[in-house]
Design a binder for this molecule. Sequence first.
Ligand SMILES: [Fe+2]
Ligand SMILES: [Fe+2]
Length: 292
Amino acid sequence: MAVREIEPILLELDRLEQLAESGYYNPYTMFDWPEAIEPDKPWMSESLTTLAGTPMWDELTREQQIALTRYEAINFFSLNIHGIRELLSEVVLRIHERTYANVSEFLHHFIGEENEHMWFFAQFCLRYGGKLYPAQPSLQADSVAHLSPVAREMIIFARILIFEEIVDYYNSHMATDQALPDIAREINRIHHQDESRHVAFGRMVFTSLLGQVAKRDPGELPAVAEYLENYLQYSIGTLYNPAAYRDAGIPDALALRRRALEHPARVAAHDQVLKRTRNFLAKSGVSRDLIK
Ligand SMILES: [Fe+2]
Ligand SMILES: [Fe+2]
C-alpha cells in the first residue's frame, strides 16, 4: 500500500507558515562576526559539555576546560551541519510527491531555512575553529528494513524530528547563556527560533504517518519503538567526540569517552536532554515500554 497524503492540522500549519513569512530574516547580513573571540570565554555552556558534572571535568586545568568548550562547540555545530545535509536531501526528494502535497508550502520554508542554518554554523566553525569535524558513521537501519513503506517513511521523519529536538535542547539553553561570546549566543538563539517551528511541524508530520502505520499494522510498533530508542542513544553518543577531547589536549580520548558516557551524572543528563522527546513518543504510542 502506498503512503497516503499527510493530513496536517490546518490551523496549525497556517500559523507555522505565517510565522515563517513574518519572521523571515537575511542570515547573510544579520550577524556581527567579530575578528576573533575573547580568549577566556567558553564557546559552549560549561554545563552542556560532555564531562559536566563528573570528576573528569574537575581534573582538567582551566585551560583544558575552556578548550573543551570550544572543540565541543565546533563538534556540536558540525553535527548540525551534517544532520541538516542529511535531512535536506530527504526532504528535497519528497517535496513534490503526492504524500506531501498538503505540506509542500511549509517544506519550501523548511528547505530555505535549513540551508541558511548550515551556512551560519559552517561560518562559525571555519572562522573560529578553522575546520568542521567529519560526519560520524550513521546508525544502521537493518532492524527496520523489513517494515512497511509507510513505517519506513515515518522513521525518516522521526529521525529528523529527534535530531531537531535534541539540538534544540542545547540551542535553547545557550540562547540565554551570558557567559558565551555574543556570536555563539546569537547563533543558538536564532536557530532555536526557527527550530521551534520545525519541531511543531515535524511532530505533525510524524503523528500523521504514525496514524497510518498504527491503522495498517500495529504489530510494527515495537520494532519502530526500539529503533527510535536506539536512535536517541546514538544521537547522544555523537556529542562525545574523541577528536574534540584530543584537540582540547586531554589524553586517552577513547577511554575517556567510554567512562564519560557511562557516568551516572551523564546518564542523568542524557535523560534530561531526551525527556521531552521520549514523553512525546510515549504519548504518540511508540513508548520504549513496547520494546520486547
Ligand atoms: Fe536548522
Ligand atoms: Fe530545522
